[in-house]
Write a new protein. Structure first.
Length: 312
């Protein structure tokens, strides 16, 4: 039986890969909400000019059974807006809740929200679980947490099934952000001062995250749950960079500088938050997804890193 799915964020890092996999499934009829038409075969497109509280989703939501909401405002440049938190809220909170309310009114059965592990926190001494009290510290994560709270309110009011997935750093081909920067530095042979970092970081390969999302689309046990995503194998920053270098076929030019010295220098230059992501530990426990959904990450970290450089 065909399931009708509306996907937001189809041009993004996660959404584009998810769309490709969903479009290969003959039992899925995929529609995409886009600000402007893009060329992705086999998807139906609805032009939605913005993601905010006043957006009209009525046409896009007609006959949809599942909404996967992967679109978000993820980055705001310094001095780009007067109030960055208000801008995050405009899109990530107001826009999300408006979509969810209209989805419930249109008869959508399940709403899948791609959130962030930052809702739980950005550093820990033991792996996070879904039961941990939220502690967002960055503006983006705060907006995601506010959206989550609002979504649970809509779920209680309407009965529409809700599923929230909180991934840590997602890596894969053409990854944005810090991971993409690390890949570029290694590819051009820049020596990096991360040769003796002994932290533990959970990551999730793009294909592993996509597989978890797809598993959750119709799984009966996924309704009204929060899941943490991950590869099930944690790495230190040093191990990660060595793995990236190996996958790229490049030498790992890592200089053994103590973490304490790196953190001091980063703090001195106003980059403490960036340093914490590289030097601190952030682990997630994916036991809930394994136990409740019977889900296992289909690829290893080694394979995930190799796919970062694959031409496929």
């Amino acid at each position: 039986m065909t399931v009708n799915i509306l996907l937001t964020g189809i041009t993004g890092f996660i959404g584009s890969r998810l769309a490709k996999v969903l479009n290969s499934n003959p039992d899925v009829c995929l529609s995409a909400a886009v600000r402007r038409r893009v060329e992705i075969s086999e998807s139906y497109f609805f032009e939605v000019p913005s993601l905010e509280a006043s957006t009209d989703w009525s046409l896009a939501l007609t006959d949809q059974q599942v909404v996967i909401h992967a679109a978000a405002r993820a980055h705001i440049l310094k001095d780009e807006v007067v109030d960055p938190l208000a801008e995050y809220r405009r899109v990530n909170v107001d826009g999300t809740l408006n979509l969810a309310r209209q989805a419930a009114a249109a008869g959508v059965k399940r709403f899948i929200f791609i959130s962030s592990i930052g809702v739980t926190g950005n550093i820990n001494t033991r792996p996070f679980t879904e039961k941990d009290r939220p502690n967002p510290t960055e503006l983006y994560a705060k907006s995601k947490w506010e959206a989550e709270k609002g979504l649970w309110g809509i779920q209680r009011e309407t009965g529409m099934e809700l599923l929230i997935i909180r991934p840590p750093l997602v890596y894969g081909p053409n990854a944005p952000g810090n991971f993409g920067s690390l890949i570029r530095w290694i590819e051009i042979g820049v020596p990096l001062p991360f040769g003796c970092i002994h932290n533990q970081r959970s990551l999730v390969a793009l294909d592993n995250l996509v597989d978890l999302i797809i598993t959750s689309i119709e799984h009966p046990a996924a309704a009204n749950q929060v899941f943490l995503a991950g590869d099930g194998q944690d790495l230190s920053t040093t191990e990660l960079l060595r793995g990236v270098a190996k996958a790229a076929g490049k030498p790992s030019r890592l200089i053994p500088v103590p973490s304490s010295l790196l953190m001091f220098a980063a703090t001195l230059f106003g980059k403490k938050a960036v340093a914490q992501r590289l030097l601190g530990s952030l682990q997630v426990d994916i036991s809930k997804a394994r136990d409740l959904l019977g889900w296992e990450p289909p690829i290893s970290v080694e394979e995930g890193l190799h796919r970062c450089f694959s031409k496929d």
